[in-house]
Design a protein around this ligand. Structure first.
Ligand SMILES: [Zn+2]
Ligand SMILES: [Zn+2]
Length: 388
C-alpha cells in the first residue's frame, strides 16, 4: 500500500498518541532522568517498592479482574475485590472492564476469524498493538456484556475510567513519592515525586500493557499446543512469567471458564494462587474448575492426533524398502494413536456425565500419554537422524 493511500481516517488518534508517547518516553525520558538525577534523588528503595506494588496491583487488575473475573466469570468476588481490580485495572490504561470484556469475549468466540478483534491471522503486529492503533472496521455494537452492565460498580468504572486511571495510576504514586520525601525531610521532595511518577506511573504502565499485548501476539504464535490445535492459542511458560500466569493460553482457550490458566502443579500462575488464597479468606467464591479427567481426555485426543500425523509424515518420506522394514513400527504407532483417540472419547463422556473416574484408570491413561510422548520423541529423533 502506498503511504498516501493509508486510511488516515481509521487511526484511533487518542489511543495511538497515548500508546506511542508513553512507550517513547519510557525509552528516552526515563533512562535520561535516572542517568542524570540518580545521585540527587533520595528514597530509591521506596520508589522501587512503589513500582513493584503498582506493577502487581495493575497487572492483577487485568489478569484477575478484567480477564478471569469479568470476561470469563470463572469465580465470584465480593465488592472489595471488585473495587480493587476496577481501580487498578483502570490504572493499567487498557480501557474499561466493560469494553475490555466485550472485546475479549468476541476474541474467544471468533478466535482466528475476521471478527476476532486481535486476530492473529492478520499478523503479529496487528494482534499485538495494531488493532488498537487503527480500526480496520467500525466497532460492532456491544451486545455480549449484559451481565456486566447490570453491575453498578462496573458501570461506574466504565463511566469514569480515564479519570480513575489518571488519578490512581499517575496522581497517587506521584503524591506518595512527595509525601514520603517530605515526611523523611529530604532536600527536594519534588525530585522524589518526579521519579515516582516516571517509574511507578509511566514506565509501569508501559510494561504492564506490553505484557498484556504479548498474550494476543506471542501466545497465538509461539509455544506448545497440548490441549488442542483447533485454534492458534499456545502455552508459553516464558510469557506466563511476564503476565502473572496468563501465558498458558492453549489451555485457556480450550477451557476458558476455568479460573486456572497454568493447570499443572509446576506451572507459574500467581493469578491462580491469589484467587485460591482469596477464596480461603472468603473474599471470592464459586471457583470454576475443569475436572482432571476432562483435561486428560483433551490431552489424549491431541496426542493421538499428533502421533497419527507424525507417523503419516514420516512414512511418506521413507522409500519403499525402508517402509516395508518399518511396517511393524508404523502399524504399532497407528494402533496406539487409535487407542488413545478411543480412550479420550470415552474418558470425555465419563467426565461430562460427572461419573467418577478411578485413580487407577487415570494413572493408566497418564501412562499411555507418556508412552505416546516417548514414541513421538523417538520418531522425531529417528527422522532427524535419517535426514542428516
Ligand atoms: Zn487468545
Ligand atoms: Zn480469555
Amino acid at each position: 500500500m502506498k503511504f498516501r493511500n493509508f486510511p488516515i481516517y481509521r487511526i484511533e488518534w487518542i489511543t495511538s498518541t497515548f500508546l506511542i508517547v508513553t512507550a517513547l518516553l519510557s525509552l528516552t525520558l526515563v533512562p535520561w532522568f535516572i542517568a542524570t538525577y540518580h545521585a540527587e534523588v533520595q528514597g530509591w528503595g521506596f520508589i522501587i517498592a512503589l513500582f513493584v506494588f503498582y506493577y502487581y496491583a495493575t497487572g492483577f487488575g487485568i489478569t484477575l479482574g478484567y480477564h478471569r473475573l469479568f470476561s470469563h466469570i470463572s469465580f465470584k468476588a465480593k465488592w472489595p475485590v471488585k473495587l480493587f481490580v476496577l481501580l487498578f485495572g483502570a490504572a493499567s490504561f487498557e480501557n474499561s472492564a466493560l469494553d475490555w470484556s466485550a472485546d475479549h469475549r468476541i476474541h474467544h468466540k471468533h478466535v482466528d476469524e475476521d471478527e476476532d478483534p486481535y486476530d492473529i491471522s492478520k499478523g503479529f503486529f496487528y494482534a499485538h498493538i495494531g488493532w488498537l492503533l487503527f480500526r480496520l472496521k467500525p466497532k460492532p455494537p456491544v451486545t455480549n456484556v449484559k451481565d456486566l452492565e447490570a453491575d453498578p460498580l462496573v458501570m461506574w468504572q466504565h463511566r469514569y475510567v480515564q479519570w480513575i486511571g489518571a488519578f490512581v495510576g499517575f496522581v497517587v504514586p506521584t503524591f506518595l513519592g512527595w509525601a514520603y520525601a517530605t515526611l523523611n525531610g529530604f532536600t527536594s521532595p519534588w525530585l522524589t515525586a518526579t521519579a515516582a511518577f516516571l517509574i511507578a506511573g509511566l514506565l509501569r504502565t508501559v510494561v504492564v500493557q506490553q505484557g498484556t499485548f504479548c498474550i494476543n501476539s506471542l501466545c497465538h504464535m509461539f509455544g506448545r499446543q497440548p490441549y488442542s490445535r483447533d485454534h492458534s492459542a499456545r502455552d508459553s511458560g516464558a510469557v506466563a512469567l511476564l503476565t502473572f500466569g496468563e501465558g498458558y493460553h492453549n489451555y485457556h482457550h480450550e477451557f476458558q471458564h476455568d479460573y486456572r490458566n497454568g493447570v499443572k502443579a509446576w506451572q507459574f500462575d500467581p493469578t491462580k494462587w491469589i484467587i485460591w488464597t482469596l477464596s480461603k479468606v472468603g473474599l471470592v467464591e464459586n471457583l470454576r474448575r475443569v475436572s482432571d479427567s476432562r483435561i486428560l481426555a483433551a490431552e489424549l485426543k491431541e496426542k493421538s492426533r499428533t502421533l497419527g500425523m507424525d507417523i503419516d509424515n514420516l512414512a511418506s518420506r521413507l522409500d519403499q524398502r525402508t517402509r516395508e522394514l518399518k511396517a511393524n513400527t508404523i502399524a504399532a504407532a497407528h494402533n496406539l494413536a487409535k487407542d488413545l483417540a478411543g480412550r479420550a472419547e470415552s474418558l470425555k463422556e465419563l467426565s461430562l456425565s460427572k461419573a467418577d473416574v478411578s485413580n487407577e484408570t487415570m494413572s493408566e491413561l497418564r501412562g499411555l500419554l507418556n508412552q505416546a510422548g516417548e514414541m513421538l520423541e523417538s520418531l522425531r529423533r529417528a527422522d532427524a537422524g535419517s535426514a542428516a
